[in-house]
Design a protein around this ligand. Structure first.
Ligand SMILES: Nc1ncnc2c1ncn2[C@@H]1O[C@H](COP(=O)(O)OP(=O)(O)O)[C@@H](O)[C@H]1O
Ligand SMILES: [Mg+2]
Length: 221
């Protein structure tokens, strides 16, 4: 099934001479990893914010499981249906690794004890040890921190993962590790993973590579 559908989507910033995203139609499906590449200024971040419901298209429509985002409660959509991972991780520095993963669950009303149990399962799933779970994020390597950020994003029920350069700060071994995690989430658990990246390693590992240029998007593999 199609997780996110774009129909003739155009986005033009106020007072901008041309559209940042221009007449894109595309279906992003469950169970696949998509990599979006393209030069700076080609519209990648704008596209991601349209998929995340941070902005609505100026023309056309973005639909989640067949429903136009224009008709959805967008705060709820962002909280429950998508999760985002960033280059800079955005972990809370004064919470331990485990507390970082528990926090969003507790915000959603999960009992603290259940949240802790689930956090351990999620963190173990991305290769974080019990001992590391008690540390503050500053006491982990970049690759470990990114894995914690992924575990935290999996705490929600969201089945769509949007990434903005999630491997941007990582060396090749850690990048490969993150790729493996994202690919297995898509292939084994049916997540739809859409990653904006400059990293050819990521683009090659994706099921579908898409290239943006001047606001247009096309498949390159
Ligand atoms: N807030 C904004 N106001 C006006 N123009 C913007 C704004 N943000 C981005 N743009 C323009 O939109 C185009 C696409 O930008 P962006 O989506 O950030 O591209 P990318 O992420 O591929 O570098 C660029 O021409 C950029 O200058
Ligand atoms: Mg950008």
């Amino acid at each position: 099934m199609s997780a996110l559908t774009l129909e003739n989507v155009t986005y033009t910033y106020k007072n901008a001479p041309k559209s940042a995203v221009s007449e894109i139609s595309y279906q992003f499906e469950e169970g696949k990893v998509y990599a979006v590449v393209g030069p700076s200024g080609s519209g990648k971040s704008t596209l991601l914010s349209l998929l995340a419901g941070l902005d609505l298209p100026t023309e056309g429509e973005v639909a989640f499981e067949g429903e136009s985002l224009a008709g959805l409660d967008l705060d709820r959509y962002r909280r429950e249906s998508i999760s985002m991972i960033f280059q800079a991780f955005h972990l809370f520095p004064l919470l331990t690794v485990k507390e970082n993963v528990c926090f969003p669950m507790e915000l959603c009303g999960v009992m603290p004890r259940d949240a802790r149990t689930r956090a351990e399962v999620l963190l173990e799933g991305v290769g974080i040890t019990k001992e590391q779970m008690g540390r503050f994020p500053s006491k982990l390597s970049g690759g470990e921190r990114q894995r914690v950020a992924i575990a935290r994003s999996l705490a929600s029920k969201a089945r769509i993962i949007l990434g903005d350069e999630p491997t941007g700060n990582l060396d090749s071994a850690n990048t490969q590790n993150i790729i493996d995690i994202l690919v297995s989430l898509a292939h084994e658990k049916g997540y739809c993973v859409i990653i904006v990246t400059h990293d050819m390693e990521v683009a090659e590992a994706a099921d579908v590579a898409l290239k943006m240029r001047d606001g247009k998007m096309k498949e390159i593999s």
